[in-house]
Design a protein around this ligand. Structure first.
Ligand code: 1HN
Length: 350
């Protein structure tokens, strides 16, 4: 015979009196709340949601008239999950936002313990500098700013640049160890030449004498031209995954692991007409369509998407992708941290 999970016991007068008296000693009865702490499967307040770029873009552009990047420190429209309002979260563990930088602007150097990624949505000519080494942005590029690394943004070009920020800030805040520091000078000194990180670690080679890898990828710029070309070549194999299409993880080349300890990043190609099997995991996924269009059925509800849209699939929501044309989906997820803690699971679907 199977035993059901615990249900809340009846509240008698004697019990209510007892709970009231024990509260004076800052104690509460577990059996009154156990049903809310343990469930048969993950429970989340986060809900699936899509940010349609055509609807968001006018506000992003208007923000340039309202505040400068310098005054804002970072001029970002936070993508707030409708189920987690006023928490600056897109899922329980992840943050996302759309950041705008205008030609000639700077976002001053700072560093923080939460890690961040940038995925470029529109424009060209802006850069992120890590310890003074600039990575110039093109649409579809991934740029990392790992924990506690100095970073600033600037713009030498002539069109607005927007990127999607992803951070593990809700997770780090929950655990406690949030630290942040502004760089004390107005300008960060120039660092290594552009592309140095890729030369050292990104060419399937590494510096002489190095044997073990750091927790964060020393490559911090993953250009879309390479990612796209790689997936196009891979898709010629026909060796397609029934749930994910052609899907590759961006890796820390020194370990083969995820780019940062808490956040995993992926790009997948869904060929025209692809209709994927169902995927369900304890990790949450934030997707961003770089090219193409299609839809994702999330717990039975169809969500359509097209280039530059961002959507979120919270933990344990079943989802399946369909492509109306050749499509490229970037995604980031809290899967690596769950994996490290032995908590990651996939549902028995697909
Ligand atoms: C941050 O430092 C950046 O450096 C972007 O561009 C978004 C959201 C929360 C906390 C710090 C950036 C951020 C952030």
């Amino acid at each position: 015979m199977s035993r059901a999970l615990h249900e809340k016991p009846e509240l008698t007068n004697a019990r209510a009196d007892f709970y009231g008296r024990m509260a004076e000693q800052k104690m509460t009865p577990l059996w009154e709340v156990l049903h809310t702490l343990l469930a048969e499967a993950p429970v989340t307040d986060a809900v699936p949601h899509k940010w349609d770029y055509d609807l968001c873009r006018p506000y992003i552009m208007e923000s340039a008239d309202i505040i400068s990047a310098e005054e804002a420190e970072r001029r970002v429209m936070v993508l707030e999950n409708p189920g987690l309002e006023e928490k600056s979260c897109i899922t329980e563990a992840l943050y996302a936002g759309l950041q705008l930088i205008m030609p000639g602007e700077v976002a001053p150097a700072h560093r923080h313990s939460p890690c961040a990624l940038r995925f470029i949505v529109e424009g060209t000519g802006a850069y992120t500098a890590l310890n003074g080494e600039k990575a110039y942005m093109e649409v579809g590029d991934l740029i990392l700013t790992p924990s506690w690394v100095w970073h600033d943004h600037g713009h030498d070009g002539d069109v607005p640049v927007v990127w999607l920020d992803g951070l593990d800030i809700p997770l780090v805040r929950h655990l406690g160890p949030v630290f942040a520091e502004p760089y004390p000078e107005s300008e960060f000194p120039q660092g290594r030449p552009s592309g140095d990180n890729m030369a050292r670690y990104g060419g399937n080679m590494r510096p002489f004498g190095e044997t073990s890898g750091p927790a964060n990828s020393p490559v911090f710029h993953y250009p879309y031209v390479q990612t796209r070309d790689t997936l196009d070549t891979l898709s010629k194999s026909g060796d397609i995954d029934a749930r994910h299409g052609y899907k590759l993880e961006y890796i820390n080349p020194t370990t083969g692991g995820p780019v940062m300890p808490t956040v995993g990043t992926y790009m997948q190609k869904l060929p025209n007409g692809f209709s994927g099997d169902v995927y369900q995991t304890t990790a949450a996924w934030v997707y961003h369509c770089v090219e193409g269009s299609g839809s994702t059925i999330i717990n039975g509800q169809k969500m359509t998407w097209k280039a530059r849209d961002t959507f979120v699939v919270p933990a344990w929501f079943k989802h399946e992708h369909q492509a109306d044309e050749d499509s490229f989906l970037f995604s980031f997820t809290d899967q690596p941290v769950q994996q490290k803690l032995g908590l990651f699971r996939e549902g028995e679907t697909g």
